[in-house]
Ligand binder design. Structure first.
Ligand code: ADP
Length: 259
């Protein structure tokens, strides 16, 4: 894989107690920088704006009102980029911030603009860091809306830039026959070549208060990827070094690919 999109969820960036997981963020920066040095093109789709904003503003509970969430996200997004910039700088990498909305699906002109920007950044050797624009689009914050979380966004971006691989890092080892939180006998799927309604039924809600899409949103992203020639791998982001294992072809997580 030469062009790789990596999606990381809040649970990998912020501890359950609300503290920022600097070791995980640093490891991610280290791994992605190393891949860059191996001439891979890297795009990072990162959640975490609200979690980091809550930490920065000392807010223990996730706000309920949408405008409050948006305000916290606006603070957190700037802080998150600040953290990423610092960490990536250590490894001699430059980053850029792209805040996107689903305009990129609905409006061809917007899609083209985003595409051009991404291509130019990659050509310049810069690592684009993408998040949903929470100020403009409230979809990610509104858990009832089907579209717009970063799982979908990462798949859309992967499609847009014709990425070879989408690595989705979550708080779980992969996709199981049932949610392992509630079903101790659930078994991990090594590979999936088609998203069927039966599989969708095995995927349920999010794992942590910070989680967003839950497993069903990851399957929807996989469905999108399966319509292309790309591969998606769902793996545990607890240790971002797992990305090395994935690229070395080791058996980790769940592979989604077209047969
Ligand atoms: P993230 O914030 O890392 O994207 P989410 O909370 O959105 O994570 O989604 C991952 C969670 O999905 C898991 O922690 C798990 O509790 C839940 N889940 C539901 N169904 C399944 C399943 N069939 N296999 C694995 N995880 C599942």
């Amino acid at each position: 894989a030469n062009r790789v999109v990596i999606k990381i969820g809040t649970s990998s960036l912020v501890y359950p107690n609300g503290n920022i997981n600097f070791s995980s963020i640093d490891e991610l920066a280290f791994v992605l920088s190393d891949l860059k040095n191996q001439n891979k093109e890297i795009i990072l789709v990162s959640s975490g704006a609200i979690g980091v904003g809550m930490n920065k503003l000392n807010i223990p509970q996730r706000p309920v009102e949408i405008p409050q969430q948006q305000a916290v996200a606006a603070v957190g997004q700037a802080e998150l980029m600040n953290i990423y910039n610092h960490r990536f700088q250590v490894y001699n990498q430059k980053t850029a911030q792209l805040l996107l909305t689903r305009d990129i699906i609905e409006f061809p002109q917007s899609r083209e603009n985003v595409c051009n920007t991404l291509e130019q950044l990659l050509a310049m050797g810069i690592i684009p860091i993408i998040n949903e624009n929470d100020t403009v689009a409230i979809d990610e914050l509104d858990h009832l809306t089907k579209f717009g979380d970063n799982d979908q966004l990462s798949a859309i971006v992967a499609q847009l830039v014709h990425a070879d691989l989408l690595i989705m890092l979550s708080d779980i080892d992969g996709f199981y026959t049932a949610n392992p939180l509630h079903h101790k006998t659930a078994k991990l799927y090594d590979e999936i070549t088609e998203i069927t309604p039966d599989l969708m039924k095995q995927a349920t809600g999010k794992g942590s208060p910070y989680g967003t899409g839950g497993m069903s949103s990851k399957l929807k992203a996989a469905d999108r990827i399966l319509k292309t020639d790309a591969t998606m791998i769902l793996a545990n982001g607890k240790q971002p070094k797992i990305i090395f294992d994935i690229l070395a072809g080791k058996k980790v997580g769940t592979y989604f690919y077209k047969e």
